[in-house]
Design a protein around this ligand. Structure first.
Ligand code: NAP
Ligand code: GCO
Length: 264
């Protein structure tokens, strides 16, 4: 179906040297988009460029901290000059700090909010003017199970991802009349470096308790892979989703629908 095609579109995916961002950018490229990505330092950007080249993807990589408005505005201007105006923005860059709230410093809380919530705001604000002028645009925010659920040690992350869900709905509300769609993808538990500590084998070789917990909480009885997010990302980046706005598409193997496997 033509309206899943991204031919002629320029997609900017933040924090996309590896992990979920890399998988999403790869899928958007396979659908025809030109890929632009940023990461926090040149080493990561170079690593990403090499990884894209291995997939025969000629990506455009830039160093940019999504929390720095001056860097972001320079990035968008440089991309417009060197590649073209951004048609699709995927706010993927993010961090997590797993610290019991009563032990978390305000600085640590602020850092997570800054990257996971302020960053997507700054990035979206920078691409909106061109999208408004062209009366077309796609913004996809990478939310989380923690946009809906809480758990121990992730207070800052849950607050940020809950806020990101509402920022998604607000951008949809404020800019829908410009034919700009803003939606979220809410990945379940995905096997990436971010969740590696939750999957580490125990000293005796047994599974990490959290690993077993997630398997029991997921009807699919497995961790997701970054590639599980590819199809949903292409859908939300394409004209096929032009009447989908303010929605968070959970790609979680069914976690949010399931009370969890009862212990034998
Ligand atoms: P990841 O492996 O930690 O990759 C995140 C990327 O963002 C890294 O390249 C990271 O660079 C970059 N980044 C961090 N801070 C940045 C900043 N200020 N400016 C620019 N780039 C920055 O994470 P992931 O697992 O792929 O997750 C990607 C997104 O999906 C995140 O928003 C995460 O919250 C979300 N998510 C993940 C899961 C999961 O289970 N993995 C599930 C739901 C949602 P560094 O290498 O320097 O940190
Ligand atoms: C955690 C995990 C989760 C996942 C993801 C789930 O510590 O609970 O890191 O937060 O990263 O966000 O959707």
């Amino acid at each position: 179906m033509e309206n899943f095609s991204l031919k002629g579109k320029i997609a900017l995916v933040t924090g996309a040297s590896y992990g979920i961002g890399f998988a999403i950018a790869t899928s958007l490229s396979e659908a025809g988009a030109t890929i632009v990505f940023n990461d926090i330092n040149q080493e990561l950007v170079d690593k990403g460029l090499a990884a894209y080249a291995e997939r025969n993807i000629k990506a455009h990589g830039y160093v940019c901290d999504v929390t720095n408005e001056e860097q972001v505005n320079s990035l968008i201007a440089q991309v417009a000059e060197e590649v073209g105006e951004v048609d699709i923005l995927v706010n993927n860059a993010g961090i997590i700090k797993r610290i019991p709230m009563h032990e978390m410093s305000a600085a640590e809380f602020r850092q997570v909010i800054d990257i996971d919530l302020n960053g997507p705001f700054i990035m979206a604000k920078a691409v909106l003017p061109a999208m408004m002028r062209k009366r077309a645009g796609k913004i996809i925010n990478i939310c989380s199970m923690m946009s809906e659920l809480g758990r121990e040690t992730v207070s800052a992350y849950a607050a940020a991802k809950g806020g990101l869900k509402m920022l998604t709905r607000n951008i949809a509300s404020e800019y829908g009349e410009y034919n700009i769609q803003c939606n979220g993808i809410g990945p379940g538990y995905i096997a990436t470096p971010q969740t590696a500590p939750l999957r580490e084998k125990q000293a005796d070789g047994s599974a990490h308790p959290f690993d077993s917990f997630i398997i029991a909480k997921t009807p699919a009885a497995r961790w997701g892979t970054p590639e599980d997010l590819a199809g949903p990302a292409v859908f939300l980046a394409s004209e096929a989703s032009n009447f989908v706005n303010g929605h968070v598409l959970y790609v979680d193997g069914g976690i949010l629908a399931y009370i969890g496997k009862q212990p034998k």
